[in-house]
Design a protein around this ligand. Structure first.
Ligand code: G1P
Length: 296
């Protein structure tokens, strides 16, 4: 029987150089998307899927992350005295959301290295990895489907999404074959960020993984790959090819994903998620539709 999943690992040690100078003194994960830091959407998604034990892999300059998911007694007291129940609840919500843990990555040697840093906390259990740059719209289901697939296949499960061919060099790209389950494929091979001309497909790995604990042994011997970094994709490639710890399967996601990792994606995330808010929707829509606002 496969073990129940309770743990989520969220790598958050990146330097956020694409957003300088905004990220000079603040982690990129704290950039607001409407009224919540981007990272809170990701933690909320983990908790919705039942993963209440959250380990963040952080780095220098990341104390704001820990503070965000902690109590702020002075602020809570002021809001309480003012009788501002709504904001008090919003402040308390993020500190009570999950059982948060933190470990520093140390040397930033890539995503594979960041995930390996969770070994002690995770132990011999399957666990989810959620990348902070990717926000999955909460109206669409992904993690629940992946967890169910993990239960059925007893294997590592990755999330895959069709991307335009010119974008393959931004993603891990998979070679797959169909299974009897609609929307679930067997992963035969993976390659990290291939040039569009060399990409074996246009099925991209997006930032959600349910990993078998066998990944740790593989990561320990995975050498630096693309960009001189230890790539999670390279470890998963080996697990897929050698069928380690059940091999690797993919869940095809056809919902809404926002990539807050670059400026344009971040702006799109804000607009899309603001349009999903009943209190902002109508006026923002009107503003966007008005040609007078598009003449800059
Ligand atoms: C990472 C992974 C890549 C994956 C992507 C999803 O890349 O290395 O395989 O497709 O996340 O967002 P990054 O975006 O951190 O460069």
């Amino acid at each position: 029987m496969t073990k129940r999943l309770t743990k989520a690992v969220i790598p958050a040690a990146g330097l956020g150089t694409r957003f300088l100078p905004a990220t000079k003194a603040m982690p990129k994960e704290m950039l607001p998307v409407v009224d919540k830091p981007a990272i809170q959407y990701v933690v909320e998604e983990a908790v919705r899927a039942g993963l209440t034990d959250v380990l963040m892999i952080t780095g220098r300059n990341k104390s704001a992350l820990e503070n965000h998911f902690d109590q702020v007694p002075e602020l809570q007291q002021i809001l309480e005295e003012k009788g501002d129940q709504k904001r008090l609840e919003a402040v308390e919500f993020s500190s009570e959301l999950a059982d948060m843990h933190y470990v520093r990555q140390g040397d930033p040697r890539g995503l594979g290295h960041a995930v390996l840093r969770s070994k002690l906390h995770v132990g011999n259990n399957p666990f989810a990895v959620l990348l902070g740059d990717d926000i999955i719209d909460d109206r669409d289901v992904l993690l629940d489907t992946m967890i169910a697939a993990h239960g059925k296949y007893g294997a590592t499960i990755i999330a895959l999404m069709e991307v335009p061919r010119e974008m393959t060099d931004h993603y891990g790209i998979a070679t797959v074959e169909a299974t009897a389950d609609d929307g679930i494929v067997k992963v035969l091979d993976l390659v990290e960020k291939p040039d569009p001309a060399d990409a074996p497909s246009t099925l991209a790995v997006i930032g959600r993984y349910v990993l078998q604990p066998g990944v740790f042994n593989v990561l320990e011997v995975t050498e630096a790959g693309k960009g001189g970094e230890i790539q999670l994709t390279d470890a998963l490639r080996r697990m897929a090819i050698e069928e380690i710890d059940g091999g690797v399967y993919g869940v095809i996601f056809r919902g809404r994903r926002y990539d807050t990792g670059d400026k344009l994606g971040y702006i799109k995330a804000i607009v899309s998620l603001a349009l999903a808010r009943p209190e902002l929707r109508a006026e923002l829509h009107e503003w966007l539709e008005d040609p007078a606002n598009r003449t800059a």
